[in-house]
Design a protein around this ligand. Sequence first.
Ligand code: ADP
Length: 320
Amino acid sequence: SASGLIVSFGEMLIDFVPTVSGVSLAEAPGFLKAPGGAPANVAIAVTRLGGKSAFVGKLGDDEFGHMLAGILKQNGVQADGINFDKGARTALAFVTLRADGEREFMFYRNPSADMLLTPEELNLDLIRSAKVFHYGSISLIVEPCRSAHLKAMEVAKEAGALLSYDPNLRLPLWPSAEEARTQIKSIWDKADVIKVSDVELEFLTGSDKIDDESAMSLWHPNLKLLLVTLGEKGCNYYTKKFHGSVEAFHVKTVDTTGAGDSFVGALLTNIVDDQAILEDEARLKEVLRFACACGAITTTKKGAIPALPTEADALALLKG
Ligand code: ADP
């Protein structure tokens, strides 16, 4: 199992999911609390697979914030990079897929505690000890956490960490699509490893083509690995020397939440101690098959965190 530390930076929140499906938020008879936030999911994906991770971010000093910190700790994620905001509350999201097929969102973010992390509050010693530093984009939406995000990236890079970026676009959270594109592009060429979904590829290229040419238009000279995830169609990978694709596993999908985070967590756990894998196509393909198995398993159960696999779960699916 992996011994290098993977530090995951960003938001953690609670999704309130209606207890019955196909209703509007106003009609929901009740809600289940599902802890989430992509960077937190990735941190737990790593520990569930036997790797070492820490979460860096801010929570409200309230019932929900302490519940979330407890979930990280119970899952073996180092919590010494978590700050609690005395004033603002933990972020909450209410999400439903209505009977008419439309997704309805409501957020408590005005602003929520996770957006209030300051550069001064960062645990720099922790960040400097990262072998891999992973992050998304939501922490770029507003200050002060945008500055905290940029500083954390810089400190991790200076200390020699591999930078891993999943833009994880949540468009309804942004003031405008243009602002989202600008912020994502402003940090694009800092990352060593980038994973985008097919939807994000379309958004960033402005074209509905999902092919090698459109993926390569996002390439930057210092990039080591670009991944395009395609849901039940698996993923495409690109490096300086080679590119190809890995098929998805056939499973009984019930909820795709967290599949991408599970995939990323699995990839990072497998490369943290051996980054030479990024230059060896056969070994990289092996790791991506493992990551696709992890993503697939995560779709077979409701929610993200409860559905993240152990190494044994993933190996069982790989053996078939
Ligand atoms: P994201 O959650 O970022 O949109 P994807 O949904 O593409 O990412 O999921 C990441 C990976 O998880 C995919 O590359 C695939 O291997 C696996 N996966 C996702 N959805 C399914 C599915 N319905 N069936 C099998 N595997 C899936």
